[in-house]
Design a protein around this ligand. Structure first.
Ligand code: BES
Ligand code: ZN
Ligand code: ZN
Length: 466
């Protein structure tokens, strides 16, 4: 646990048992130089002796009668530097430290994200609290970083919760906690889902003893003039159904609700920040399991939109749940939709673990989201909604089938979704970056909260407070 505090004290004047000194290519910052002058050049001598040049994330801890000093390599990317510093600090046990803020917002965001841990189910917690003073930071910048990080933390927690705990009902309970922040939350149960005609969502859900829930959220601050509708894939577990996944592929499928987590996390941060625009969120939450009631390969489903779908693979379940969620969002008057889903392994094959695939049915909207992601420091790359591949989804018996062939799998999935949105849609396939298989600069292995920061940046842009 790390708490951030703004201070006007400089490195040379301030008092703290540990002072962090930035080093870039063997050079100190002006604040570091001033400190070193006071220490009679001790820092430079120690650097020379150790041959320390401050490569990104590299550090050197020095103990003196005046206190401890941590020389720390500064990266171009200040967020990543903050993340690495938080991880280095968590391994030392100082109750307090002082660091030069530089560009305070980015550093603070990195520090908070890098300090994230998920140890709810561990007997022994490694956590030692540390108060970090940021020299030259403005309190408002730190406040904003905290509110953004809070949404990202929540999204990560939701992804990291095991699937026996985070059932569709538990996800609905989690969403309901947002009412405390003034977000309206409506939960539809299995009967309501069926009665509404969400035949595709219902079919995916019907194999589980844990009933599905459809979540509808609304954050509508007074005076909001813009509106953004968010849709998130909410599979609390994806076994693949009868098109069963092998065990290794199933291992991370508790994270198949990362899109939903991003929507919830972003709505939480937006409410905390008081962003002046209307946000709506839609989540079809269910499990994809195998049972005597589970849907089959060959089933024909009637979606909320009226279109019918032939199921040719029960592991392509996300697009079925999303088809109904998208149609529902349109019924609620969505003008533009941003949808996030861990939709295809093919997106991971195409772009790897760090980059999300971006598909847009309308160019301007696509570029807006792309630019927002760049600013937010989340990696996305535009992919084509190639119409020529639409015929891969033709079914002999229904309006559509739910899979194409092996080729271009992320594209055919996106084309499928596009069939259910008439308003401008951006689909982010976050199957790669939603779940980290190993620790990284901005956090440990597990849920990353990918998408929260992009959604917030999009929202800020629409609200005109970017
Ligand atoms: N949830 C998976 C996609 C996924 C794969 C997410 C890897 C995260 C990491 C999705 O429901 C799925 O299984 N998709 C299939 C589609 C195929 C049957 C057309 C896939 O990608 O194999
Ligand atoms: Zn699947
Ligand atoms: Zn899935």
């Amino acid at each position: 646990m790390i708490t951030l505090h703004a201070t006007e004290a400089t490195l040379a004047e301030g008092k703290a048992p540990l002072k962090v000194v930035w080093v870039r290519r063997g050079e100190l910052t002006p604040q570091g130089e001033a400190l070193d002058a006071r220490l009679g050049g001790f820092l430079r001598r120690a650097m020379a002796e150790a041959g320390f040049r401050g490569e990104a994330g590299e550090s050197l801890l020095l103990a003196t009668p005046e206190g401890h000093f941590l020389l720390f390599g500064l990266d171009e990317d200040l967020r990543a530097t903050g993340g690495r510093l938080a991880q280095a600090l968590s391994k030392l046990s100082f109750p307090e430290a002082l660091v030069e803020a530089l560009e305070a917002y980015s550093l603070a965001e990195g520090l908070l994200l890098g300090a994230y841990r998920f140890d709810r189910y561990k007997g022994s917690k490694e956590e030692k609290p540390m108060a970090l003073q940021l020299s030259g930071a403005r309190p408002e910048e730190l406040e904003r970083a905290k509110k953004v990080a809070e949404g990202v933390y929540w999204a990560r927690d939701l992804v990291n919760e095991p699937p026996n705990v985070l059932t569709p009902e538990a996800l609905a309970e989690a969403a309901l906690s947002l009412t405390a922040l003034g977000v309206e939350v409506e939960v539809l149960d299995e009967e309501a889902i069926r009665a509404l005609g969400m035949g595709a969502f219902w079919a995916v859900a019907q194999g589980s003893e844990n009933p599905p829930r459809f979540l509808q959220l609304r954050y509508a601050p007074e005076g909001a003039r813009q509106r953004l509708d968010l849709v998130g894939k909410g599979l609390t577990f994806d076994s693949g159904g009868y098109s069963l996944k092998p065990t290794e592929s199933m291992a991370t499928m508790k994270g198949d609700m990362a899109g939903a987590a991003a929507v919830l996390g972003a709505m939480k941060s937006a409410a905390l920040l008081g962003l002046p625009l209307e946000l709506r969120g839609y989540i079809a939450a269910c499990e994809n399991l195998v049972s005597g009631r589970a849907y089959r390969v060959g089933d024909v489903l009637k979606t909320l939109s009226g279109k019918t779908v032939e199921v040719m693979n029960t592991d392509a379940e996300g697009r079925l749940t999303l088809a109904d969620a998208l149609a529902y969002a349109e019924r609620q008057g969505a003008e533009r939709i941003l949808e996030l889903s861990t939709l295809t392994g093919a997106a991971v094959v195409a772009l790897g673990e760090e980059v999300a695939a971006l598909f847009a049915t309308e160019e301007t909207w696509g570029r807006q989201v792309e630019e927002a992601a760049r600013r937010a420091g989340e990696k996305v790359w535009p992919m084509p909604l190639e119409k020529a591949y639409r015929e891969k989804l033709k079914s002999p018996v229904a309006d559509l089938k739910n899979v194409g062939d092996r080729n271009g799998g992320a594209i055919t999935a996106a084309l499928f979704l596009a069939e259910f949105a008439r308003v401008p849609l951006v689909h982010l396939d976050i199957a790669g970056p939603a779940f980290a298989k190993k620790a990284h600069a901005l956090g440990p292995e597990g849920g990353t909260g990918f998408g929260v920061r992009t959604v917030l940046q999009v929202a800020q842009g629409l609200a005109g407070v970017a």
